[in-house]
Each structure stands twice: as C-alpha cells, then as structure tokens.
Design a protein around this ligand. Structure first.
Ligand code: GLU
Length: 469
C-alpha cells in the first residue's frame, strides 16, 4: 500500500507532505511526487525511486502556496517511471490515487473516443480526466467529483484539487484507508495516521463511499449521493518516541527487542492475575459494526462473548503474510486445546473460492494494520454468510477492527519494520489465550490446568528477554 498526503493551511504544504510521505516510507514505493498550488498555477514535481530524489528536485524550487497533495506510488498500471508517478494533472485538476480502477480499460476507451490524450499508462490519470471534463462543463469541484463517483469501479482512495478552488481538497475512498485531521489553522488528509498526528491529533476516518469536502480548514463529509453526514472525530495520542529508533540502528532491530513487552501488553488484558485465569470475555461481541471502537461497552458484553465462544463449532483463521503464519500456529493451538476444527487460509484464497462457512462458525481475521485488503474482503464475505468475526489487529479503529464483531488487540505499539516481529509475537500470545479460552468454554481446561497454562504463558515474556539478552 502506498501513501497519500494532502495539506491546506498555514505551514508550507511541501514540508507537511514530505514529512507525511516519509512517515509512510517504510511501506515501500517506487516513485513519488507533489503538486502545490502557486500564485501562477500548479507546480508539480515528481521523481522515480526514493523520496530523497524528489526532495533534491524540490530543493531547486521555492514555494509560497498553501494547498498541495503528494503521493508515493506502488505501480499497478504502467512501469515505475516519472511519467506514471502521481500526482496526475489534467487541465487544472490534479489527483493522487491509491488502489486500482478496475474498469480502467473501458473508461480509457470512452475518454479516448471523446478526444482525450493520455500522458501516463496509469489507471489513475483517468480520474483526473473524468473530473476535469465535469469541471469544463461548468461544475464546481465538489459536484464534479460527485458526478464521477458512479463511474469508478475498484479500490481507491483519492484526493482531488483544482486550480480554480485554491482552498479546497476533495477526498473519497472505497477500500484503502483515508482520514483527515483539521484545526483552525490547517487540514491534513492522508492514508495513514502517522502522516497526520504530528500536526493534528483529532482525526476522522472516512468510510467507503464517503466524500470529504475540505474548504479552508472546515471539512464536511457526505455520502456518495451528496447527503451530508455527521462524523465524530476521535482524539489520538501521539507518541513521538514510539516512532523513533531510540538508539537502535534500524526499526526492525528495535522492534525485535520490544517483543517481550509487546507480548505482555497483549496477554495481560485478558488474564486475571490474582486467580491466574483466562478472562476472555470482554471482546465486545454483540454490539454491531462501530464507527468508533472507543464506544464499545464492555460491561454489557460479558454474556454475549461467553455465549459466542460456547456456540462455536467451526473456526476459520483468515490472514495474509506474516499474520497467516501466526494463524497456522493458531490452528494447531486451538485444535489441540479446544478440539474445535480449524482451517487457516490466506485472505486472497478465501475471498475468491466460494468457501463453505457452516452455521456457528467463527472467522478470526488477523492483520497488523487492520487494512489488509484481501483480509477485509474475506471478513465481509464471511459476515455475509452469517459467521461471527473476531479480529486481531494492532491498529485500533482500523477498517478490519471496526467491521468485526469481537475485537482483540496486539497492543504491540507502532510497527515500522516491514518484516513483522513484535506484532507476530503478540498475535501468538493472543491465539494461545484464545485456544485456552475456547477449551475452557467447553470444560476442557479444568482450573488447575488453566492455572499452569496461564502461568506458562505469563512467563513467556521473561524467557524472551533472556533469549534476546
Ligand atoms: N494504480 C495506480 C498506479 O499504478 C496507483 C497505484 C498505487 O496504489 O500506488 O499508478
């Protein structure tokens, strides 16, 4: 997943955008670019390869504008060369796009028939063409985007700016995440919290098919058919230390050393330390899809969660990458202790293979970011089949977390390293607890065994510390 940052406000957009893109740099990308609105129109600078290439190009330029958008690209349509880098710019409309426009071939053909010529090989450029055509017909920017939305199929998060709307950003999404933070001085829109938090700590997450209209530092959110929506912002604590290397030579090494703490933080919340018993009965089941996980009422869910766990007859663990490997271990653990049949599958297989999901199934989705597209699609499929969904995420309020019925948290802190370490260890701690809790719900873990199970698990972080030392 690549990065998107947009800015309007008192600071230099270029600086905010570059610092935001840097915060997302760990995800990998092949090129980068920015568009800034200057007094004489858009100035666009793009470069292949590292952000530092873009930065050196930017050094030669001076900027005084207040509006800008930027992007780090992970090519899907067209090679990673400068002409395909975002932002795209068509007749005074500039856009950045994460994701894929699935009906791109049809749209391209239609636009070509209308006389459009294309400067890139991307699917993304078509969005700029479509919006700029609507504007040419006399629509204001926001209405132009509303008119284009029904034409797009696929997964996208998009920012659009136009040189006749010098204080506006229009943002919309279907699939990849997009959120914004605004205060009296500025608005920052981005694909990830890390790009926003240094500037604004009150943020709003957009849902699929929502459009945010930023004008000045005011942001209004609408449904895809233009109806105003009420969205609540949430305050997120920003801990600068957590995203710094703290003396380690790279993030992954730092995170390897953080494993013992991560595991302890993940399991402690589900253990009664006095009685040495598992208390996995506060997962928030029965409260539906939430727009804000902080609103979960744990006091009300004790019975719901116990009932859900007792009623489970079949378990699927669905995940991708490292989380999938954690799931494979989970499969062994859960079957061994609870005797419930478990199947662990890649999200990308599960979602496309017409799986049989019997009644009383629990689908456990594991994703560090909570945004893994295939896992999210698998979750929705499983939910449509009537399964209960339990998510294991590191990022609270991420898409997967919000859409699940029950919620467990890795509590590993920000994980920057692309190769997952502490999030994997935390997940294994949680899956072990879950195996114990499911066994307990079936009478397969009598109290004295439960106590030694819990003691063994509680000792894991200190064993990890010895190994690391
Ligand atoms: N599909 C677009 C492209 O190839 C966007 C890819 C991305 O998410 O960075 O340019």
């Amino acid at each position: 997943m690549c990065g998107i940052v947009g800015y309007y406000g008192e600071q230099q957009p270029k600086d905010v955008i570059i610092s935001g893109l840097k915060a997302l740099e760990y995800r990998g990308y092949d090129s980068a670019g920015v568009t800034i609105l200057e007094a004489d129109g858009f100035k666009r600078v793009r470069a292949e390869g590292k952000l530092s290439n873009l930065q050196s190009k930017l050094e030669a330029e001076t900027f005084s504008g207040r509006l800008g958008i930027g992007h780090t690209r992970w090519a899907t349509h067209g090679p990673p060369v400068e002409k395909n880098a975002h932002p795209h710019l068509v007749a005074g409309t500039s856009i950045v796009h994460n994701g894929i426009v699935e009906n791109y071939a049809d749209l391209k053909e239609e636009l070509a028939a209308l006389g459009a010529s294309f400067e890139s090989d991307t699917d993304s450029e078509l969005i700029a063409h479509l919006v700029s055509r609507e504007i040419a017909e006399g629509k204001i920017l926001f209405d132009a985007v509303l008119a284009v939305l029904p034409k797009l199929r696929g997964a996208y998060s998009v920012l659009v700016i136009n040189d006749q709307h010098p204080d506006e950003i229009v943002a919309f999404k279907n699939g990849p995440p997009l959120l914004f933070g605004a205060d009296a001085k500025q608005v920052v829109v981005a694909s990830d919290l890390q790009a926003i938090l240094p500037y604004v700590q009150d943020v709003v997450f957009l849902e699929d098919d929502e459009i945010a209209h930023c004008k000045g530092s005011e942001v209004s959110v609408f449904s895809a058919d233009g109806k105003p929506l009420k969205k609540k912002s949430q305050h997120i604590q920003w801990d600068k230390e957590l995203t710094e290397k703290q003396g380690f030579s790279h993030f992954m090494l730092k995170e390897i050393y953080e494993q013992p703490r991560a595991v302890a933080n993940a399991i402690d919340q589900h253990i009664n330390l006095e009685t040495k018993s598992i208390e996995l009965n506060r997962l928030g089941f029965g409260q539906g899809v939430l727009d804000d996980i902080e609103r979960l009422n744990f006091a009300d869910d004790l019975e719901n969660t116990n009932d859900v766990l007792k009623g489970i007859e079949r378990i699927f663990v669905v995940a991708c990458g490292t989380s999938f490997y954690a799931g494979l271990v989970g499969e062994y653990l859960i079957e061994r202790y609870s005797k419930i049949p478990v199947e662990c599958e890649l999200g990308s297989e599960f979602r496309y293979r017409y799986p049989v999901i019997p009644e009383n199934s629990l689908v456990i989705t594991i994703s560090q970011s909570g945004e893994t597209a295939d896992t999210l699609a698998a979750l929705r499929l499983a939910r449509d089949h009537g399964a209960q969904i339990l998510s294991i995420c590191n990022v609270k309020n991420s898409s997967i977390d919000r859409e699940a019925d029950g919620h467990m948290y890795m509590n590993a802190g920000v994980e920057i390293g692309v190769a997952s370490t502490k999030a994997l260890s935390s997940t294994l701690g949680l899956l072990t607890l879950l195996a114990g809790a499911l066994a307990k719900s079936r009478g397969l873990l009598p109290p004295e065994q439960e106590q030694s199970f819990v003691e063994t698990l509680l000792a894991a972080p200190s064993h990890m510390e010895s190994v690391l030392a």
